[in-house]
Design a binder for this molecule. Structure first.
Ligand SMILES: [Zn+2]
Length: 148
């Protein structure tokens, strides 16, 4: 599959950078300082936050038998967000305000973490039923600290 078809709205620069992340990580099992700087330059503060998420193995790919999937990312506060990498959506507030409304970021740290984990191949996998996947998609995200 072409990489470009998976990353429809990322800039060329971001796309090339993620390809390089994949290549370097395959060769060295870690990222170089040069690459870390480039990530920070292209993605801003979200880069470091996303790399922390990658380090914590906070990303889980959730699959269902019918082939649908989404990514779960556990944020630093323990809040879990859902990311649809195929259409670049994340359920976190930063995505809503900063990406959708103000258009001043191309993605949030969770989606960036998903891309980095895809490139580096370091995510958990979980298989659920189709019904469970649908309820994950439709679930309203709980406020942090809420027990409901
Ligand atoms: Zn997010």
């Amino acid at each position: 599959m072409e990489m470009s078809s998976e990353l429809p709205t990322l800039s060329m620069v971001a796309e090339e950078l993620l390809k390089k992340v994949k290549l370097i990580y395959q060769q060295l099992s870690q990222l170089t300082d040069e690459l870390l700087l480039a990530l920070k330059f292209v993605f801003g503060p979200a880069a470091l936050q996303a790399l922390e998420l990658v380090d914590r193995r906070a990303v889980t790919l959730v699959n269902s038998p019918s082939g649908r999937s989404l990514y779960q990312v556990e944020g630093s506060s323990g809040q879990v967000y859902h990311c649809l990498s195929s259409c670049l959506y994340c359920s976190c507030p930063a995505f809503m305000y900063s990406v959708l409304r103000r258009n001043d970021n191309i993605l949030c740290k969770h989606i960036l973490a998903v891309y980095l984990c895809q490139a580096m191949g370091v995510f958990h996998q979980l298989t659920v039923t189709d019904k469970q996947l649908t309820s994950l998609l439709l679930a309203k995200d709980k406020e942090p600290g809420s027990t409901a």
